[in-house]
Write a protein that binds this ligand. Structure first.
Ligand code: ADP
Length: 228
């Protein structure tokens, strides 16, 4: 099987109609392989969130194909799209959105329990992820008792809980100071390597983007290589 876990071909996405139409993506192509971390750097309004939403099956293109682990998604029913998204995509946001009443461990076990895993297996997987991300000693703490960087690493563990093949992140370090950003990015990178996921990370942080395997940007509706 191909290792292209994420593949966009000829993707078109516009908002509105007629004179006020905004063409965000126009015949856009992108391939991300297993174990590859691609940084997405583009000015505000260029279409980063739109691209991530399309990759994460949260939005549909008006034309073109989005393939996740070989599954073409353009003709799927809403139900099948949702199923595929749950099984294959992990999403990390700028703000962690952890559940405040639950411990770090519980925040990472919850999506697994919802997916039908046994509590013992879910705990084991959660501890493994918290360990990869360097926050295992904080497993019993609630989000409010964690630093910003620790909260974000727990959020990354939660996004990875059900073994997503594709990890998408929208400014995952946007809310953190430079040293903490560095730590969180390193943790994310080691997770992607260990798990062999394909990752697309939107970031304004050029120092971090330079450490990705590749950098892409959005120009005239296309996803194109970029250098910083
Ligand atoms: P970025 O994440 O790079 O800041 P976005 O993907 O959020 O960019 O937006 C790209 C362009 O599409 C912007 O011009 C934005 O105003 C427009 N846009 C995004 N979502 C919508 C929407 N739901 N309706 C209308 N226009 C939108």
């Amino acid at each position: 099987m191909s290792n292209s876990y994420l593949r966009l071909s000829g993707v078109h996405r516009h908002y509105g109609e007629g004179a006020t139409q905004v063409r965000v993506l126009d015949q856009a192509d992108l391939v991300v392989e297993s174990g590859e971390l691609v940084a997405l750097v583009a000015p505000s309004g260029a279409g980063k969130s739109t691209l991530l939403h399309l990759c994460g099956l949260l939005e549909s293109p008006q034309a073109g194909e989005v393939e996740i682990v070989g599954n073409k998604t353009s003709k799927l029913s809403d139900r099948s799209r949702t199923q595929l998204r749950r099984n294959t995509v992990g999403y990390v946001y700028q703000f962690h959105h952890l559940l405040p009443e639950f411990s770090a461990l519980e925040n990472v076990t919850m999506p697994q329990l919802i997916a039908g895993k046994s509590p013992a297996d879910a705990d084991k997987r959660a501890m493994e992820l918290l360990d990869i991300l360097g926050v295992a000693p904080r497993a019993a703490h609630r989000p409010a008792e964690l630093s910003g960087g620790e909260q974000q690493r727990v959020a990354i563990a939660r996004a990875a809980a059900n073994h997503p093949r594709v990890i998408l992140a929208d400014e995952p370090t946007g809310n953190l100071d430079p040293d903490t950003s560095d730590l969180v990015f390193q943790a994310l990178q080691s997770l992607i390597r260990t798990e062999g996921a394909a990752a697309l990370i939107a970031t304004h942080n050029h120092d971090l983007a330079k450490r990705a395997d590749r950098i892409v940007t959005i120009k005239a509706g296309k996803v194109v290589p970029h250098s910083l």
